[in-house]
Design a protein around this ligand. Structure first.
Ligand SMILES: O=P(O)(O)OC[C@H]1O[C@H](O[C@H]2O[C@H](CO)[C@@H](O)[C@H](O)[C@H]2O)[C@H](O)[C@@H](O)[C@@H]1O
Length: 382
C-alpha cells in the first residue's frame, strides 16, 4: 500500500487499479466500442498486504488541508443558499458547470443515451437524498424525497449505496423495494435471482421480513478488527468535545464537524495512532469525517456491486447512473468514466474536481432529477 499525497491531502491507497474494461464491469453499452474481452467470474477480494502502513504525520499541513477542504463551512453554505450569491462565486460555479453540466439541463442528452437500455440507478444517501446536518443521527430524508425514490424504483432497478451500516440506511429510507449497500458496498443485500449471484460469493440469508435474499459481504473477516478499532477510537476521542465515532459495521467514521478546529489535529492524531496498529486498514476523507476501512481493491468492490444489482445476463443494454456527493463516490464515478460505461452525477453546490460527467447542485435538484426520470419513462412508454 502506498501513501500518496494529492491536492486533497494524504489518502492511503490500494494497489493501483487494474485497467478497467467494460467487460470487467460485466455490463456493456452499445454506446461504446465493444470490449472483446470476456468477463471473468472470479471473486475479487484482494488479500491485504503485510507491508506496514506508513501514515503521514498528522502535523503535516496536508492532513489538515484535507480535513478543512472536506466540506463547505456553515458560513459558505449559508452564502450558497442565499439568493444574493456574490457574482464572482456565481461566475465561478457557472464556468465549473461547463465541465460538469447540470444533469437537469442535459436531461435530454442522458435519456437519449438511455433509450432502449435499462437504466440502473445508484443513489448515495447523505448529502444526496438527505441534506448534510450536524448530527448524523438526524439525517432524515423528507417524505417527498422518499416518494420520489419509491416512484423511480418502480421503473428502474435502484440501489442506495452508503458509507453507513446497511441497517441504519435502511431505517432512514424504509423502502423494501430497493437494494441496499452499506459500508460503502461491503455489505449488500439483494434478491435471489434465477442464475443466481453464486459467482460473487454471496451467501443465502433472510431479510427482516423473512424473505430469502443474497448477502454479499466481501470484508466479513474484518468484522472483529473493525469492532476493536471502533472501541479504541471511542476511547481515544472521548475527551474531545464534539467528536463522534460511528460504527458502520465494516468501517468506522470519526466525525469532526462539531469539533473546534483547533482540536482537529488531536482528532487526526487519535486516528493515526490507531491505524499504526492495523496495517490492513486504511484511511479515507469524507465530509468532515475521517473514515477507517479495510484495504480492499475498491474497483473490484464497486464492479461487483454493479454486477450484483443488474446481473450478468443481458447486460449489454444497461446504463448505470450513479448520483453522489462525497469523495468516496468518486471511486464509482471513476469506474464508470474509465469503463466508458455510465454516468456519475456529482451533487455539489461548490465547484470541485470530479470524475463525474454531470452535476446537480443539491438534494432539491436530485429530487427534480428523479421526478424527471419517472416522467420521461412514463411518456416514452405511452
Ligand atoms: O455514503 P454516504 O451515505 O454519503 O455516507 C457517508 C457518511 O455520511 C454520514 O456523514 C455525513 O453526513 C452527516 C449527516 O448529514 C454529517 O453530519 C457528516 O458530517 C457527514 O460526513 C455518515 O454519518 C457517515 O458515517 C458516512 O460515512
Amino acid at each position: 500500500m502506498d501513501m500518496k499525497s494529492n491536492h486533497n491531502g494524504p489518502v492511503l491507497t490500494d494497489p493501483p487499479p487494474m485497467t478497467l474494461t467494460k467487460s470487467r464491469l460485466g455490463i456493456h453499452s452499445s454506446l461504446y466500442p465493444p470490449p472483446g474481452v470476456v468477463f471473468s467470474h472470479t471473486l475479487f477480494l484482494s488479500i491485504p498486504r503485510k507491508k506496514p502502513l506508513i501514515v503521514n504525520d498528522v502535523r503535516s499541513s496536508s492532513w489538515l488541508d484535507a480535513m478543512k477542504s472536506s466540506s463547505p463551512t456553515h458560513r459558505k453554505k449559508a452564502k450558497e443558499s442565499s439568493t444574493e450569491l456574490a457574482s464572482t462565486d456565481t461566475d465561478f460555479y457557472h464556468s465549473w458547470m461547463l465541465k460538469y453540466p447540470s444533469a437537469l439541463t442535459s436531461f435530454e442528452q442522458i435519456t437519449n443515451y438511455g433509450k432502449g437500455k435499462r437504466i440502473a440507478l445508484f443513489l448515495d444517501y447523505d448529502g444526496t437524498l438527505s441534506p448534510i446536518v450536524d448530527n448524523p443521527d438526524n439525517a432524515i430524508m423528507s417524505d417527498t424525497m422518499r416518494a420520489a425514490v419509491r416512484n423511480v424504483a418502480k421503473y428502474f432497478p435502484t440501489a442506495i449505496i452508503s458509507g453507513r451500516s446497511r441497517d441504519k440506511v435502511y431505517d432512514f429510507v424504509g423502502l423494501t423495494e430497493l437494494y441496499y449497500a452499506g459500508s460503502h458496498g461491503m455489505d449488500i443485500l439483494g434478491p435471489v435471482r434465477p442464475m443466481s449471484n453464486d459467482h460473487l460469493n454471496c451467501i443465502r440469508s433472510t431479510d427482516k421480513q423473512g424473505k430469502e435474499v443474497n448477502l454479499f459481504q466481501p470484508a466479513s473477516k474484518f468484522l472483529p478488527m473493525i469492532e476493536e478499532v471502533f472501541r479504541s477510537l471511542v476511547e481515544s476521542t472521548k475527551d474531545i468535545k464534539g467528536a463522534n465515532v460511528e460504527n458502520n459495521k465494516f468501517c468506522v467514521s470519526v466525525h469532526y464537524r462539531n469539533v473546534d478546529e483547533k482540536y482537529w489535529t488531536t482528532i487526526a492524531q487519535c486516528v493515526q495512532k490507531t491505524l499504526k496498529d492495523y496495517p490492513h486498514l486504511r484511511l479515507t476523507h469524507g465530509r468532515k469525517v475521517l473514515e477507517v476501512r479495510p484495504v480492499l481493491d475498491w474497483d473490484k468492490v464497486i464492479e461487483q456491486q454493479m454486477n450484483f444489482y443488474v446481473g450478468l445476463s443481458n447486460c449489454d443494454d444497461v446504463l448505470p447512473i450513479y448520483v453522489g456527493d462525497d469523495r468516496t463516490d468518486e471511486d464509482a464515478f471513476k469506474v464508470l468514466r474509465e469503463g466508458s460505461r455510465g454516468y456519475g452525477i456529482l451533487v455539489s453546490s461548490i465547484p470541485k474536481e470530479s470524475n463525474a460527467f454531470y452535476s446537480l447542485r443539491d438534494t432539491s435538484e436530485v429530487l427534480e432529477f428523479l421526478k424527471s426520470l419517472v416522467g420521461w419513462k412514463k411518456s416514452s412508454s405511452l
